[in-house]
Write a protein that binds this ligand. Structure first.
Ligand code: MG
Length: 385
């Protein structure tokens, strides 16, 4: 990596990426935030990037005033991310934008011939086929930042690709592991945002509680590793020490383990194939004592199997799954719907869409926009997540 361009700099992954960049002395050439001007102000002064994008035009003036005395070029609007990527010299982009908003930036990064460290799993959920084809056409690799996929990427190095028989994603089970449907109906936003092992942003923390996140990760793995989804499974592993596993043809299972710290996943993606010294202490297995495993409860948490279903339906259906989920999560966080309505809403839309073969980006985005419009009409939400 010569220089890094960081998209979604103020989010949980973005902040941890800046921490990695500071430790490793990485030059940050550009960064993009949605509207966090105060954060941007501090980050620009610390890293002196050439470019800084403020996606929300309403925050641009504020950024211009605050950062007027720096040498950084301040750009505004989502399209400015594309302009920055086309102009930047840096060879590596870390896309840590949350939600479908990260899809175009993924495409722009690949089109600009950049190596992509991908934390935005929604890019692959919504447009996996399109994105993977583009990456291969551009001769670019996508390095997963998602801990499970970073783990699988490492496990796959233990054998030949055709020898891999099963990808086993581990799931923490979230805060509501073991809950019944009845008990789940009355959980609050505050309880949902309390993740047992990983410290993450709000959207993914809710996705993790509904198991939507694991469903997305199955789709993500199927695309990233071009692996049949039937051979991708999930197992609940409460300790989050095994980050995922690969079973090979001889039934040898290779697991990747470590302390749950996203900075390791970020550094793996940024510096691959090199390994950098860790930011967190090593695993102490004897102190841990034991690791536990349970099958996922797909009846109480139906979004896992719904994701599999959406992937198999193909076309725009996975994008519809994602859009309905983003809106439903936004409504839940705004306390407009109960937790149990999230899977109901997602399921309603997934079952009402016909598939389009090899959809274009525009078709994907318009299917998603349609879902959002219906839900905003129904619940009057101004903005999702
Ligand atoms: Mg993950």
């Amino acid at each position: 990596m010569n220089k890094l361009i960081l998209l979604g700099a103020s989010g949980s992954i973005g902040r941890q990426a800046l921490d990695v960049a500071r430790r490793e002395g990485v030059t940050v050439e550009g960064m993009a935030v949605y509207s966090s001007v105060d954060f941007l102000d501090e980050a620009v002064r610390r890293f002196s990037p050439k470019f800084a994008v403020v996606v929300n035009p309403a925050s641009y003036r504020d950024a211009k005033i605050k950062l007027g005395d720096t040498g950084t070029r301040i750009l505004s609007g989502k399209e400015a991310i594309g302009e920055m990527l086309a102009e930047a010299e840096g060879d590596t982009v870390l896309n840590a934008i949350v939600g479908e908003a990260g899809l175009r930036p993924t495409v722009w990064a690949l089109e600009a011939g950049k190596r992509l460290a991908l934390a935005n799993k929604e890019s692959l959920v919504c447009a996996g086929e399109y994105v993977m084809k583009l990456a291969s056409r551009m001769g670019q690799t996508i390095l997963p930042v998602d801990s499970e996929h970073a783990a699988i990427h490492q496990c796959l190095r233990a054998g030949r690709r055709e020898e891999a028989a099963e990808l086993i994603l581990t799931a923490s089970g979230g805060p509501f592991f073991g809950y019944s449907k009845e008990r789940l109906a009355s959980v609050t936003v505050e309880e949902t945002l309390c993740h047992p092992t990983w410290k993450m942003g709000n959207k993914i923390t809710v996705d993790s509680a509904t198991m939507m996140n694991k469903g997305f990760e199955m789709i993500e793995a199927a695309h990233l590793f071009s692996f049949p989804i039937e051979k991708i499974s999930a197992v609940i592993h409460r300790e989050s020490v095994i980050h995922s596993m690969v079973r090979f043809a001889d039934n040898a299972v290779i697991a990747q383990m470590g302390s749950p710290d996203m900075r390791s996943c970020i550094a793996y993606a940024l510096f691959y194939p090199e390994r950098r010294p860790a930011a967190s202490p090593p695993l102490d297995l004897s102190r841990l004592g034991k690791l536990t495993f349970f099958p996922p409860d797909e009846e109480t948490f139906p979004l896992l199997s719904l994701a599999r279903e959406a992937y198999l339906a193909g076309g725009v259906v996975p994008a519809v799954l994602n859009a309905a989920n983003e809106e439903a999560v936004g409504l839940f966080l705004a306390k407009k719907i109960p937790f149990s309505a999230i899977p109901d809403i997602v399921s309603e839309f997934v079952h009402n869409y016909n598939t389009v073969t090899a959809p274009t980006l525009e078709e994907i985005e318009s299917a998603s926009a349609e879902v959002r419009a219906v839900l905003r009409g129904r619940f009057g939400a101004k903005r999702g997540i």
